[in-house]
Design a protein. Structure first.
Length: 212
């Protein structure tokens, strides 16, 4: 269906106003909200995600595309809720306590939303208790922690320990990432997954939720 292709292409170019107009047009033409989301918006965001992985586009293009996607999804949200379309999974994300960097976290959030996951953004300087309590209250499948300073990486271990203490460690996957973080560190602290970039993080999150 060509209007869905048009939505996808306008999103890739980051044209938020055009995306909004086309999404409304598709709704008026009777295209289902699920189809518009999956074959229009998410398929466009997937292209951006792949290009970002391959260094064909950079952070500014991703941010602009994500803004265009949000313009489209704002129109679809009430319709998706009416149709009872479930999200693929729920993630709470944040930058760990003592760390105020949020560009990486924001990128991961956008990539995850671009894959159809619901993301609760806790912001920066997030305590282990905040992550775990949010996961309990919101019934999250994944806790995603970001750190950009070597001095704050240790908080990720506290998140794992807090999840154990609160009895939800077997119910949530804990994903970690950020410049100083490594796969070895991930294994040392008992987290579930480390990914080197935002697009891989989104792929891993979708896989976790699908296999739950």
């Amino acid at each position: 269906m060509s209007i869905l292709t048009d939505i996808s292409e306008a999103l890739q170019k980051g044209k938020a106003k055009i995306v909004k107009t086309l999404v409304q047009q598709a709704i008026d033409e009777g295209v289902s909200a699920k189809e518009i989301l999956e074959e229009g918006l998410l398929s466009g965001m997937n292209v951006i995600g792949e290009k970002f992985k391959n260094n064909e586009v950079y952070v500014p293009e991703v941010l602009i595309a994500a803004r265009a996607m949000n313009a489209g999804t704002a129109l679809l949200k009430p319709l998706l809720a009416e149709a009872g379309v479930a999200t693929k999974g729920k993630v709470c994300i944040g930058t760990v306590q003592g760390d105020l960097h949020d560009i990486g976290k924001n990128l991961v959030k956008m990539m995850m939303e671009g894959k159809g996951l619901e993301v609760i953004d806790l912001g920066t300087d997030v305590t282990p208790e905040q992550y775990v309590q949010t996961a309990i209250d919101q019934n999250c499948d994944i806790i995603a922690c970001s750190a950009l300073l070597t001095t704050t990486m240790g908080v990720m271990k506290d998140v794992v320990e807090t999840a154990k203490a609160k009895g939800i460690r077997d119910k949530v996957k804990i994903m970690i990432g950020g410049a100083p973080v490594t796969d070895t560190f991930c294994q040392q602290i008992g987290a579930d997954c480390y990914t080197p970039d935002a697009a891989s993080a989104a792929d891993a999150a979708v896989e976790f939720c699908a296999n739950k």
